[in-house]
Design a protein around this ligand. Structure first.
Ligand code: BES
Ligand code: ZN
Ligand code: ZN
Length: 488
């Protein structure tokens, strides 16, 4: 989508559709005394429309203004406006505009005291760009595809004031959509090798240094858990490392689970649980999307992105339940269930990252447990950590972006649940109890004293039905959170 900011009057702008938001107070003002042809058009158009949050009207302009249509969305009471309401309002506008099949829009807004204009403009861009997405490359009939907005003009008196905010929001949202594409793609396209190739493309166009360990190097380094999870697949495992040095005193590692397909392994998943498992590399995709953004934004941060990529399949070479392996960290692990593979590949990736890169803090992102959806549904991401400061920073970034996280305890008692009778630890916990936390305390064993946070994105990373600017299927949860964390 082309995005530009121009000065101008809403009644004179040449666009197919004008998207405009009003608070209840502003709408009353307009209804009492419209100041131009645009305000005249929307005044008293529909007495049901009061500017309440969630209300939307589509108006055919019939030559009253230059544009063909106006879509007006309510923001509710002025003192209750928040960025999330702005995102949702403009998202609703996009859905309305879709009905018109038009592709050129102009977005206007009137200032709200509580919110800075650049913040307002940023939220508009997020609401529009993130909604203007559909994974429809496999649809062959044009009529089944949604008509995407191609041009967005933001109408604002002092473009220079909001230019930076708009530019960076466009960059971030385009890359969230890029991340969504990676996750939604077929597992036999988005293979371990393909993830490495995408990492190469990203590093080739930026100041990112790339290292890829192939299966031989993975074996030689002793990353046995990663190697063994990948044994059943025809695609070899890869450990993909992207280093970006943008400055600052922290060195943060972000580590993504990159299971390109999770069949469960020999503890095979049943029908109903396997169909979406191409998204088991969502953590890896978020790492790629975030690294790409940080480099493109020239963010002041030092970040190592690490991806543990492999495919969890069955076959004569697949690892077996009951087997014991020695991890990279030296801790021996009983494979109690081959379907708890995420913690295995991450354990090696975390330990390797800590040893080789000595980050000052480490964050992993993983579609780790079904249990996290039992706790939080698809609204909140599970956070577990050994560090209050890091947890709080992620929590704050979540409040701002609305990619919200909530901490679960990783108390020592839970470590009893992962004790093994044959090895140091096992990769399952106490049956169905506290499954998300068992996963976390397993991972914690592999980070030593490094401040660490684990984000279980299994519940939030994939939606069965769309919600405002979050599409059905993959939504790229984590990218905006991390960008805010590093850059906010
Ligand atoms: N990839 C799954 C977790 C998952 C489930 C992600 C549903 C998204 C939606 C993970 O590898 C897994 O299978 N975890 C098991 C762990 C169990 C065997 C201890 C689970 O959650 O059931
Ligand atoms: Zn699994
Ligand atoms: Zn998995």
């Amino acid at each position: 989508m082309e995005v530009s900011i121009i000065k101008g009057d809403l009644d004179k702008v040449e666009a197919d559709v004008i998207a405009y938001s009003v608070t209840e107070e502003k709408l009353k003002e307009i209804n009492k005394k419209p100041r131009d042809k645009f305000e005249e058009l929307i005044s008293n158009v529909n007495s049901e429309f009061k500017g309440e949050f969630g209300q939307t009207v589509l108006i055919h302009a019939k030559n009253a203004i230059k544009a063909t249509y106006a879509v007006v969305v309510g923001l509710g009471k002025e003192n209750e406006v928040e960025p999330e309401k702005i995102r949702k309002a403009y998202s609703s506008a996009v859905l309305k505009i879709r009905e018109t099949k038009k592709t050129g829009i102009a977005a206007g807004f009137s200032a709200v005291k509580k919110i800075k204009d650049e913040e307002f403009a940023k939220s508009i861009v997020e609401g529009i760009l993130l909604t203007n997405y559909a994974f429809d490359k496999y649809k062959t009939e044009e009529k089944d595809k949604i008509k995407k907005i191609e041009n967005l003009l933001i109408i604002y008196d002092k473009p220079e004031n909001i230019l930076d905010a708009v530019d960076s929001a466009v960059l971030v949202c385009s890359n969230v959509n890029f991340t969504r594409d990676l996750i939604n793609e077929n597992a036999d396209v988005m293979t371990t090798l393909k993830l490495a190739e995408i990492a190469k493309n990203i590093s080739g166009k930026s100041k990112i240094r790339l290292t890829v360990l192939d299966e031989k190097q993975i074996a030689k380094e002793g990353l046995n858990l990663l190697l063994n999870v990948g044994r059943g697949s025809k695609y070899p495992p890869r450990l993909i490392i992207l280093e970006y040095n943008g400055g600052g005193k922290e060195k943060t590692a972000i580590v993504g689970k990159g299971i390109t397909f999770d069949s469960g392994g020999l503890n095979l998943k049943p029908t109903g649980s396997m169909e979406t498992m191409k998204y088991d590399m969502a953590g890896a995709a978020v790492v790629l999307g975030t690294m790409k953004i940080l480099a493109e934004l020239k963010a002041k941060a030092n970040v190592v992105g690490v991806i543990a990529a492999c495919e969890n399949m069955i076959g004569p070479n697949a690892q077996k339940p009951g087997d014991v392996y020695k991890s990279y960290a030296g801790i021996s692990v009983e494979i109690a269930n081959t379907d708890a593979e995420g913690r295995l590949v991450l354990a090696d990736a975390l330990a390797y990252t800590v040893k080789k890169f000595k980050p000052s803090r480490i964050i992993d992102l993983a579609t780790l447990t079904g249990a996290v959806s039992v706790t939080f549904g698809s609204y909140v991401c599970g956070l577990m950590s050994n560090n209050d400061k890091l947890s709080n920073e992620l929590f704050e970034a979540g409040q701002i972006t609305y990619e919200r996280v909530w901490r679960l305890p990783a108390y020592d008692e839970y470590k009893d649940d992962i004790k093994s009778e044959i090895a140091d630890i096992k990769n399952t916990g106490d049956g169905r109890n506290a499954g998300t936390i068992s996963g976390a305390v397993f991972l914690e064993k592999f980070v030593g004293n490094t401040p660490w946070a684990h984000l279980d994105i299994a519940g939030v990373g994939w939606l069965d039905k769309p919600r405002y600017y979050l599409p059905k299927f993959a939504n790229g949860f984590g990218v905006r959170l991390l960008v805010e964390f590093f850059n906010g």
